[in-house]
Design a protein around this ligand. Structure first.
Ligand code: NAD
Length: 499
């Protein structure tokens, strides 16, 4: 076990500034209106820095800088752009612990996950898109004797990116890496709950990028996000956040006729077929671990498997063993490498989760474990901790239909294959799904029949850069990760040339 020193105490690998301005044109720029907002850590509830409160004027300044940089960056040879991405990845790798502790301190997640997953995935994303860019090619075709058609890719120009608070650095990287590889300049707005992590990253990598290629305007959605997403100078908006906010982004984009990527909410089913319990072996053990995955990142994952559907033939035993395993998850200090469940990202989120626990009880669902706030001791007493909670109920309840975005699992039983698929698809969302079966045919059929952009079969919560990720139904439009993202950040130029 290692416990990382808390930022602000001696020996910490992260040193925050007392104040973060906007990052525009390669330098820190104070907010036009001169206002700042407090940024608390969910680990203790204490404010650790203050951050510039952006407005439309700040967005305009950032767009000036981005427009100034976009043309040269877009014309930089692909090999040189790829080399910059590789250097960013190397710099991040050399500072893995710093970035992981920053991610933990701001978001509340266990540092073991930030070290093992969030930051390594972010690094790999830059490397993957460097490689994808080198491999990207246009096409040439002969139309007739005199004429040849050339198709090639051009950057969009300046893109706006708006991200949530659940994986501050990973979400930033998912957006930055393909946009930069494709040759665009970016104005990014981090979530108001987690604005500092991106600045820890920028301090490490700013010297690797031409000024103005990446700009960050901090602030709230209505004050800084809206002027960015609705600005006619922005050629594409990439947004990750709630479905309700996604609808607004789509409206703004319609004014300017620009493409959007929307990565929105989810209510992902995790289906356990009867053959899972055919033997008490390693497969069964892995399925039980899959049952506990709703608590990963304290449930603040868009693909959180928040609905477990268990075959009635194995229901009782499987559920009992699953709940016992949930009770063994180690919750505590997020900076301790033994901790598996940390703090919720904000006090608002904590309140929202507790209100859903009340709703579940009021609508008659039974709490099998958890169902309450967790009071830790010492400095952690002011932090935002909720016990992983398992409800038993049915799919019509609000706790089965609405995204809670916390460590709350709703479990129901099903009787046969059709019942499982019907219940799984009985939701507005279609982001992720899990299927657990030893039978390849059942697993394949279920994967095919579930309406979701990502189906994990006999595993859950892996996010390789080369696997396309995104939602069906109201979980979004477009995809992230995968080399197809280069196309999504470019436009196609066709030239018909007669010789
Ligand atoms: P949110 O929609 O409240 O905020 C997301 C971002 O949008 C923030 O930066 C916020 O400031 C900004 N914003 C808010 N209102 C805006 C407006 N009117 N105009 C422009 N920007 C605005 O979402 P959240 O609470 O930060 O994040 C949680 C949500 O994100 C969950 O629904 C979760 O499922 C979703 N999410 C989805 C994915 C995915 O890949 N599909 C990944 C992570 C999170």
């Amino acid at each position: 076990m290692t416990r990382y020193a808390a930022p602000g105490t001696s020996g910490s690998v992260v040193e925050y500034r007392s104040r973060y301005d906007h990052f525009i044109g390669g330098e820190y720029v104070p907010p036009a209106k001169g206002e700042y907002f407090a940024n608390p850590t969910p680990v203790t509830g204490q404010v650790f820095t203050e951050v510039a409160r952006g407005t439309a004027d700040d967005v305009e300044r950032a767009l000036d800088a981005a427009e100034g940089a976009a043309a040269a960056w877009g014309r930089t040879p692909a090999a040189d752009r790829a080399a910059v991405l590789l250097r960013i990845a190397d710099r991040m790798e050399a500072n893995l612990e710093k970035l992981a502790v920053a991610e933990t301190w701001e978001n509340g997640k266990p540092v073991r996950e930030a070290l093992a997953a969030d930051i390594p995935l972010a690094i790999d994303h830059f490397r993957y898109f460097a490689g994808a860019l080198r491999a990207q090619e246009g096409t040439i075709s002969q139309i007739d004797e005199q004429t040849v058609a050339y198709h090639f890719h051009e950057p969009l120009g300046v893109v706006g990116q708006i991200i949530p608070w659940n994986f501050p650095l990973l979400m930033a990287t998912w957006k930055l890496a393909p946009a930069l590889a494709a040759g665009n300049a970016v104005v990014l707005k981090p979530a108001e709950q987690t604005p500092a992590s991106i600045h820890v990253l920028l301090e490490l990598i700013a010297d690797l990028l031409p000024a103005g290629v990446v700009n960050v305007v901090n602030g709230f959605g209505a004050e800084a996000g809206r002027p960015l997403a609705s600005n006619p100078r922005v050629r594409k908006v990439a947004f990750t956040g709630e479905t309700t906010t996604g609808r607004l982004i789509l409206q703004y984009a319609s004014e300017n006729i620009i493409p959007v990527t929307l990565e929105l909410g989810g209510k992902s089913p995790n289906i356990f077929f009867a053959d899972v319990a055919a033997e008490r072996d390693a497969f069964y053990d892995k399925a039980l671990e899959g049952f506990t995955m709703f608590a990963l990142n304290q449930g603040e994952v868009c693909t959180c498997p928040s609905r477990a559907l268990v075959h009635s033939g194995i229901y009782q035993d499987f559920l009992a063993e699953g709940v016992a395993r949930v009770e063994r998850l180690r919750q505590g200090d997020p900076l301790d490498t033994d901790t598996q469940v940390g703090a919720q990202a904000s006090n608002d989120q904590l309140e929202k989760i507790l209100s859903y626990i009340d709703i579940g009880q009021q609508e008659g669902a039974k709490v099998l474990t958890g169902g309450h706030r967790v009071e830790l001791e010492g400095d952690l007493a002011g932090g935002y901790y909720v016990a992983p909670t398992v409800f038993e109920g049915h799919n019509k309840l609000r706790i089965f239909q609405e995204e809670i975005f916390g460590p709350v699992l709703s479990v129901a039983r099903f009787d046969d294959y059709d019942d499982a698929i019907k219940t799984a698809n009985d939701t507005l969302y279609g982001l992720g799904a899990g299927v657990w079966s030893r039978d390849g045919v059942t697993a394949y059929r279920a994967g095919r029949d579930i309406q979701a952009g990502r189906v994990w079969v006999n595993n859950y919560h892996s996010y390789p850069a080369h696997a396309a990720f995104g939602g069906y139904k109201q979980s979004g439009i477009g995809r992230e990760t995968h080399k197809m993202m280069l196309d999504h950040y470019q436009q196609t130029k066709n030239m018909l040339v007669s010789y």
